[in-house]
Ligand binder design. Structure first.
Ligand SMILES: [Zn+2]
Length: 341
């Protein structure tokens, strides 16, 4: 199977007039980043990997949990049982259906400090994130170096997407100079239908194909939203960048210069993330040490420690997620007690 020729593997896509043999070669030579590999990111990465995007970079800091499996199509029960980082699990799964492309997983949060390193060398950025902070960061980076990117988001039964072509269309900051209303509705509060994710990821992935194969005249220039439950659809024109836009008009890239995320953040209900410590942790050694205090399990990527009523997930870079509390002081003291200050 590994020696499958381009013509054979992608024959049905090459037959499609919009792609053709030339488009397929452009896909094979392309470098695309998917930032965030949850539901939308999984669907985007899966579609683009199958379509033959030659170099796919996947950036995600989270690990697979059982509640992800309902919609995050690249992950298995085994990944959740192992608490594998999503970027790693995604790369492994993609290798089972397309071993001929290069997938570069990065277990990381996209921050102002690493955005350049993580996204340099890509020609297109796809949004699989779940928050506006990271989207504004992607927007500032993309606009500052004139890279196209595709905004995509889904929550409940609703999905929304928009293509940003710097200098040619509105950017995210043109459309939403400030955090949009309802930003705080998340999958954790409103739930999510996997079909809303699939729909919006399919539309975004198709726009990516157009951008890569050079069909820019077919690229949509609207902010498009769907509600798959109410059967509603809306579109807002995005064909004109705003001259007074902070990002693309005034070229004031506050999010690139930003300090990034605070060191301690609430992540979801009853859970706190600590990412202040920059020292690496030896998970095997830590596992030995924690055995006296509760149940502990680790692999190369992650350590899980249970100490009733808390559950701590620790990463090799020292980052931790503590479940069982929404009190950052409690989380910080637990961290200091078991990992170190
Ligand atoms: Zn703008």
């Amino acid at each position: 199977m590994t020696s499958l020729g381009l013509e054979e593997r992608y024959s049905r896509q090459i037959l499609f007039h919009g792609v053709g043999a030339e488009g397929q070669h452009k896909l094979a030579a392309s470098h695309v980043a998917v930032v965030g590999c949850g539901a939308t990111g999984s669907a985007l990465a899966s579609l683009l990997a199958r379509a033959g995007v030659g170099n796919l970079r996947i950036v995600d800091r989270d690990y697979v949990e059982p509640s992800n499996l309902q919609r995050q199509s690249l992950f298995s029960e085994a990944d959740a049982a192992e608490s594998l980082p999503k970027a790693i699990a995604a790369a492994r799964q993609i290798a089972t259906f397309n071993s001929q492309i290069v997938v570069e997983p990065h277990v990381a949060d996209l921050t102002p400090e690493n955005v350049e390193t993580l996204l340099q060398g890509t020609q297109l950025i796809l949004d699989g994130t779940d928050n506006f902070e990271t989207r504004y960061l992607i927007n500032d980076f993309a606009v500052s170096c004139s890279l196209p990117w595709v905004y995509a988001a889904a929550v409940g039964s609703y999905g929304v997407t928009m293509n940003v072509l710097p200098r040619k269309t509105a950017c995210l900051a043109c459309m939403f100079p400030d955090l949009p209303q309802g930003t705080f509705t998340t999958c954790e509060t409103a739930g999510i239908l996997n079909s809303a994710v699939s729909l919006i990821a399919s539309i975004a992935a198709t726009e990516a194909l157009k951008l890569i194969t050079g069909a820019e005249d077919c690229v949509r220039r609207t902010l498009l939203s769907f509600d798959v439950w109410r059967n509603e659809r809306a579109e807002l024109a995005t064909d004109k960048p705003r001259t007074d836009c902070r990002a693309c008009g005034q070229r004031d890239f506050v999010h690139l210069a930003g300090k990034g995320r605070p060191h301690i953040t609430l992540c979801g209900r009853n859970s706190v993330q600590i990412h202040e410590r920059q020292r690496p942790v030896d998970l095997a050694e830590m596992s030995q040490r924690l055995q006296a205090h509760g149940a502990v399990r680790h692999n190369d990527f992650v350590l899980k420690f249970w100490h009733e009523p808390y559950e701590m997930t620790l990463f090799p870079d020292g980052r931790a997620i503590i479940k069982g509390t929404s009190d950052t002081a409690v989380a910080r003291s637990l961290y200091a007690r078991y990992v170190g200050s």
